[in-house]
Ligand binder design. Structure first.
Ligand SMILES: [Fe+2]
Length: 333
């Protein structure tokens, strides 16, 4: 039986679906595979329930939607189970017992609580000229409370965005760099940092000094006609041709508005079970992690699917390796 069932996500949102009953047999059935691809194009986010919780299954499910893409950096740890067999399955493991690992530290204080693994709203590979089509995520170890991953639909966000602010940002490009240090975040900052940044954010700086700055449109239009609001606040450096106080104010207002909409009906927050697998359209959705109490372990594994939307580019048409941003390298010390 290749049959699976589809229902709306809790809250009857205009995007996203929950899918049950996907097995190895489903993944061998080309008709079922095409149905899943079509559902994904339409809904932008699929939550697969009761999946076999293995790296092998994650890779097989990912490949329904396209070939895997390697991670643009070497510093980012890879998943041990898939190892070198598959491209770019990355391992994001916070273990409270490991006080010096790549994902240690980076605690934030928000609404009176101290949290680890907080990630502000963003889209993956924003610091690159080329985006990935989609990410597939599972959570092998979820904290008993909080630690949810949030997804914001850019189509719904565009529809609901305050018109005046939307008109000011539409048509502009946003500048991104792979600086994931929360201490350096410039726009939409809604937390206080407790202690230092995560070691991995510092280690990445040496590697990314040769990355030119990347530009992506704040709003873009899908082939099917819908406009997509697509501005992350993490890794965001400014507005192209408006690196001035006025541009900074505009971007800050946009990012705070997105934070606010994280509590509304353009966002969905996923509470993880170890047998869930989730895919999101990275051209269309933003995502975030709400963080959790630092005493709890959290382990997520992501595979990444190739496919660009064609609207991003590196500054001055440069390629990776054609610039050397000395200051960025020096800050990596
Ligand atoms: Fe991400």
């Amino acid at each position: 039986m290749a049959q699976f069932t589809v229902e709306n996500l809790p809250g009857d949102l205009s995007f996203g679906s929950q899918v049950r009953g996907v097995t190895w047999q489903t993944l061998e059935d080309e008709h079922a595979r095409e149905q899943l691809r079509e559902l994904f194009r339409e809904r932008g986010l699929l939550v697969f329930k009761d999946m076999e919780p293995t790296a092998k299954m994650q890779v097989a499910l990912s490949k329904v939607f396209g070939p895997l893409k390697d991670h643009p950096t070497q510093t980012t740890p890879r998943d041990e189970e898939t190892g070198d067999d598959e491209h770019g399955v990355i391992d994001m493991h916070y273990d409270p017992a490991d006080t010096t690992g790549p994902y240690s530290g980076g605690f934030v204080r928000m609404d009176g609580e101290v949290l680890t693994r907080y990630s502000p709203w963003h889209f993956d590979h924003c610091y690159n000229d080329e985006l990935n089509y989609a990410g597939v995520l599972r959570c092998a170890v979820a904290p008993p409370e909080k630690g949810r991953t949030g997804f914001m639909d850019g189509i719904e966000c565009y529809r609901q965005f305050p018109r005046e602010l939307r008109e000011r940002i539409e048509g502009l490009n946003v500048i991104y760099t792979l600086d994931t240090r929360l201490s350096k975040m410039r726009y939409g900052v809604n937390f206080e940092l407790e202690g230092g940044d995560m070691p991995i954010t510092q280690d990445l700086l040496k590697e990314v000094a040769i990355f030119p700055r990347a530009m992506h449109p704040a709003v873009w239009t899908r082939e099917t006609g819908e406009k997509v609001m697509h501005v992350g606040s993490w890794m965001t450096f400014g507005i192209e041709h408006h690196e001035d106080p006025e541009g900074d104010r505009l971007l800050d207002d946009v990012c705070h508005q997105i934070n606010k909409m994280g509590h509304g009906t353009s966002a969905y927050w996923h509470d993880w079970s170890p047998t869930d697998m989730l895919i999101w359209d990275n051209h269309r959705m933003l995502h975030a992690v709400e963080g959790c109490d630092p005493k709890y372990e959290r382990h997520t594994i992501r595979s990444t699917i190739q496919g660009d939307y064609g609207h991003g580019y590196f500054e001055d048409g440069k390629k990776i390796g054609e610039v050397y941003r000395e200051k960025v390298f020096a800050e990596g010390d």
